[in-house]
Design a protein around this ligand. Structure first.
Ligand SMILES: Cc1cc2nc3c(=O)[nH]c(=O)nc-3n(C[C@H](O)[C@H](O)[C@H](O)COP(=O)(O)O)c2cc1C
Ligand code: SF4
Length: 459
């Protein structure tokens, strides 16, 4: 990376430290640039959301700001739920510098006309919550939050908490069960009937009066905004590729020598990230698969020179996701890997859509075989289940199942004897201890109804 955008220099220790590095300048510029000026800069910068889908940030902000007062109040939300397996970058960033997030959130609030701004984090993220609360307090005391109330909402450990429609439910005090309609159509604290678990029957896909359009952006996305406003869209575009400007935070975990988080210019080849953060593979081992979280088709070992960009990943049929790469070595069996991903998704599925819950659970069963080869009838049923697991889905989780498992089917079909099981666990990363991530081992005990089995007592 030529020059870091987000992880520049040592950890930011206080508001004074942040201001001395140019922080706080962007929020002052908002008053002169106005809504159109700020959104124009974001559009020109080409910034794309870092929450997984890469949606253009300027376009999203424009849609929330548009429509006039009859649509109701506006809200802005920072999504810091970070539950994607293999991803730790938002927590790393918040530990390094929570001030950029708060400034980005304030810029968003002023730009779309919101008076309440919410930072949503898991209750278990204690270090990050303390850092964000202190930063918000300091910025408030310094008069930088003018007219905007910043609130911290602490949510559950469930994977779906990070899904934006479920996130809004949690902010309103409900369980993390995705609503039907996205936040820009059906925002926070609307007065119309709930379209969620306790759903109303009305399904309007046009924004109605009082729908309170709500902006939800990932922590990394919002933290990038102040630098763009302060240094300009051209500066941001001087990094990366034309379709994927800027830098991205990457997480490396799995079978590499080391684990870690770092910032890379878009367009950097994946193997360089594996080398720099992961220090390569252990002696005698090669990369067989890389997963970018559990949302995208697997990247095969012969593709690890792929550049980190939305367009390059799309060209090989996969996605950049949240830049959280789990590396698997050449001992990895495709059936076991697909089964481990499927188990995670089947347990985390909330069950509001039958095809998703029943389908992911059955796919996990089919992949849980210990036979030396997966039999043709199981493969046929697997294909059939994958074809309809997304039927009437409220959220993207079953599409993730479809994308990851289908991408491993060709390797399952080869008829080769299977590699011995490795006890693969797909789960959240809970902390970075030295150069290794700690995994959330409790996932092994989590049942599809979100309760936990008792750990087996050792004799
Ligand atoms: C099952 C599921 C889990 C998700 N978890 C997260 C998460 O932990 N953090 C996040 O920022 N986005 C997560 N997302 C994506 C959000 O729904 C949303 O697209 C994102 O916060 C938008 O921010 P962006 O435009 O800045 O990328 C998840 C999506 C799905 C389907
Ligand atoms: S698609 Fe699956 S995870 Fe998403 S709301 Fe429906 S049942 Fe829940």
């Amino acid at each position: 990376m030529r020059d870091g955008i987000l992880l520049e220099g040592p950890q930011v220790s206080s508001l004074d430290d942040y201001l001395s590095r140019g922080g706080g300048e962007a929020i002052r510029e908002v008053a002169t640039s106005g809504t159109d000026g700020v959104i124009g800069q974001l559009e020109a910068s080409g910034l794309r959301g870092r929450g997984g889908a890469g949606f253009p940030t300027g376009t999203k902000w424009r849609s929330i700001a548009s429509g006039g007062p009859e649509l109701g109040d506006r809200y802005v939300v920072a999504n810091g739920a970070e539950g994607e397996p293999g991803t730790f970058k938002d927590r790393y960033l918040l530990r390094h510098n929570p001030y950029a997030l708060v400034e980005g959130l304030l810029i968003a609030a002023h730009t779309v006309g919101a008076r309440r701004a919410i930072v949503a984090l898991k209750a278990s993220f204690e270090i990050e919550s303390a850092r964000v609360a202190a930063a918000a307090r300091e910025m408030n005391d310094a008069g930088l939050t003018e007219g905007v109330q910043i609130e911290l909402v602490l949510g559950p450990d469930e994977y779906l908490f990070g899904e934006e429609k479920a996130l809004l439910e949690v902010i309103e005090g409900e369980d993390p069960l995705p609503r039907l309609l996205p936040p820009y159509i059906y925002g926070l604290f609307t007065t119309s009937p709930q379209l969620g678990w306790s759903a109303g029957s009305r399904l309007d896909t046009d924004r109605a009066a009082g729908s309170n359009p709500t902006l939800v952006n990932n922590v990394e996305t919002l933290s990038t905004v102040p630098s763009i406003i302060r240094r300009g869209a051209d500066w941001f575009r001087s990094f990366g590729t034309p379709e994927s400007p800027g830098s991205i935070l990457c997480t490396i975990s799995g079978d590499t020598n080391r684990h870690g988080v770092g910032e890379f210019e878009m367009g950097t080849p994946l193997y360089e990230v594996i080398e720099q953060l992961g220090h390569g593979m252990p002696e005698g081992r090669a990369v067989r698969y890389v997963l970018s979280g559990v949302s995208n088709p697997v990247i095969h070992g012969d593709h690890i020179d792929i550049p980190l960009s939305y367009e390059a990943m799309e060209a090989i049929g996969t996605g950049l996701g949240t830049g959280g790469f789990i590396v698997f070595d050449d001992r990895t069996d495709p059936v076991e890997l697909a089964g481990a991903v499927s188990r995670f998704l089947s347990v985390e599925s909330c069950g509001q859509c039958p095809a998703c819950k029943l389908g992911t659970v059955r796919i996990t069963e089919l992949l849980s075989t210990s036979d030396t080869a997966i039999d043709p009838s199981s493969l046929a049923e697997l294909s059939a289940r994958l074809a309809n697991v997304t039927d009437s889905a409220r959220c993207f989780l079953p599409s993730q199942e479809q994308r990851v498992v289908a991408s491993l089917m060709a390797d399952m079909r080869t008829g080769l004897a299977r590699n011995p099981p490795r006890g693969l666990l797909i789960t959240k990363l809970t902390d970075l201890i030295g150069d290794r991530f700690e995994l959330d081992e409790r996932q092994k005990l989590k049942r599809p109804d979100w309760t936990y089995a008792e750990p087996e007592q050792s004799a």
